[in-house]
Design a protein around this ligand. Structure first.
Ligand SMILES: Cc1cc2nc3c(=O)[nH]c(=O)nc-3n(C[C@H](O)[C@H](O)[C@H](O)COP(=O)(O)OP(=O)(O)OC[C@H]3O[C@@H](n4cnc5c(N)ncnc54)[C@H](O)[C@@H]3O)c2cc1C
Length: 420
């Protein structure tokens, strides 16, 4: 069933989930004068530390939304990152400024995702034709026979049924919307969990020569070290057999940091999280008038910092199409099918492929393959053309230039240059 071909006559667009992707979707729709209801289960926007990287292609989109200046005022610009080996040190250095002729944002902007949520929430609260329903959990979604979809929401005042011309599931990895659609979430879960620990110690002092973002390979205990405005953060694998309490214990975390860089004064730990990491993509991103974006549609390893970024791309792509549908000058079915097809392809061909390879490179235990991967990284970094192609892909500029974001049906998809 298509959304109404003459606009969105069944009601507002209902966005389920007020995480970063749902907030971007709502803000993008509001900017196009599309009425929106955003439903979030929590009473307030979440404040936990999760993704913290915004790449060039995403900053371009957030700049259009008018939030990039504030993000830059609070974030850290990081043009350089290292691929290192835990025993051998620096393997290859990559420099995003190679892309300075292609984007105004040739760097990673390090900023914890909850700050973007806060900035967008503040704006949406003051935006006409946007209704924010916090403390409200969606339990079911069904497509309606005459078009549009109905959401069952549990508000603080009791259950409420809302009809939307379109419903967007931006409700994260465990998506209720995806579950209600009966859509598969195909892929796998890594056997080891990932531990994220943050310290107030400046690791650049403790480990002179490191970059502000470092992927550090090791067959036993790889590491990911990155700086955010609030802290230095380390990510390492926790074997399946280690119990959660032990993995998260203060002594364990301090010992781990001492193993990274001995420091007699010790390591104050300011945040810690243990989580399961998956590589999964929903079988389809569209069922009738219900669409999936962000983690509800695809989840992946954090190695490369592209999961949230591609979720934001989903949100803006879909919003631009809905803007044209609302204006009454687009074929709704063709627009929504193109969204679902393009964004599914990007999730599989870029996000899944690259994060899986990045993760494997870090944990590779086979000595010959480990050496070959290091040689490959050195060769890419040493060749300006290959390095540029690699950075275009890492910054998501390649997928965005190839598929466009919200480009009308039939007007995109050029060949991939595909340097990995
Ligand atoms: C511990 C942890 C660490 C991470 N670290 C990184 C990292 O370092 N790098 C990286 O790239 N990515 C990381 N990620 C992934 C990244 O955080 C996600 O890609 C990102 O949050 C996706 O945004 P989203 O808006 O799609 O989903 P979410 O951020 O999950 O937001 C979904 C929202 O929907 C709400 N919701 C859920 N169900 C319902 C319902 N039924 N009704 C109403 N509301 C609902 C939730 O309360 C939530 O606010 C991490 C994830 C976790 C869990």
């Amino acid at each position: 069933m298509a959304a109404d071909q003459r606009g969105l006559s069944k009601g507002p667009v209902v966005v389920v989930g007020g995480g970063p992707v749902g907030m971007v979707a709502a803000a993008s729709l509001a900017r196009l004068d599309v009425p929106v209801v955003l439903i979030e289960a929590e009473d307030e926007p979440k404040t936990d530390w999760r993704a913290s990287t915004f790449h060039a292609a995403t900053l371009e989109l957030l700049d259009e939304l008018g939030v990039a200046d504030q993000m830059h005022a609070e974030g850290l610009r990081v043009p350089i990152y290292h691929f290192r080996d835990r025993r051998e040190g620096l393997v290859a250095e990559f420099d995003f400024t190679l892309l300075a002729d292609e984007t105004p944002f040739p760097y990673r902007l390090q900023l914890n995702q909850q700050h973007l949520v806060r900035m967008l929430h503040e704006r949406l609260r003051r935006t006409p034709r946007v209704e924010l329903l916090f403390g409200t959990r969606v339990s079911d979604v069904v497509n309606l026979p005459g078009g549009g979809a109905q959401v069952v929401a549990h508000t603080p005042d009791g259950p409420r049924e809302l009809v939307g011309s379109l419903v967007i599931g931006a409700d994260g990895a465990g998506s209720t919307v995806r579950g209600a659609l009966g859509t598969g979430f195909t892929g796998f879960t890594y056997p080891q969990r990932f531990l994220i620990a943050s310290t107030s110690v400046d690791l650049a002092q403790a480990l002179p020569g490191i970059a502000e973002v470092n992927y550090i390979a090791d067959p036993r205990e790889w590491l990911f070290l990155l700086r955010t405005p609030e802290s230095w953060r380390a990510v390492w694998p926790v074997p399946a057999e280690q119990n959660e309490a032990d993995a998260l214990h203060e002594d364990t975390l301090r010992r781990q940091f001492q193993g990274v860089a001995p420091r007699p004064e010790g390591y104050p730990i300011i945040d810690r999280q243990l989580y399961r990491v998956h590589q999964r993509v929903a079988d389809t991103f569209r069922v009738g008038d219900v669409l999936l974006i962000g983690d509800a549609a695809h989840i992946n390893s954090p190695m490369g910092g592209v999961g949230l970024n591609s979720g934001i791309h989903d949100a803006v792509d879909l919003a631009r199409r809905i803007g044209r549908i609302a204006a009454g000058n687009a074929d709704a079915d063709a627009e929504l099918d193109t969204f679902a097809e393009h964004r599914h392809r990007v999730a599989v061909e870029y996000v899944q492929a690259d994060t899986q390879r990045n993760t494997q490179r870090l944990m590779e235990a086979d000595e010959a393959r480990r050496r070959a991967a290091h040689d490959e990284m050195r060769a890419i970094a040493a060749d300006p053309d290959r390095a540029r192609a690699y950075m275009r892909r890492a910054s998501l500029l390649e997928s965005v230039r190839r598929f466009g974001i919200g480009v009308p049906p039939g007007r995109s998809t050029t060949a991939s240059s595909t340097a990995r």
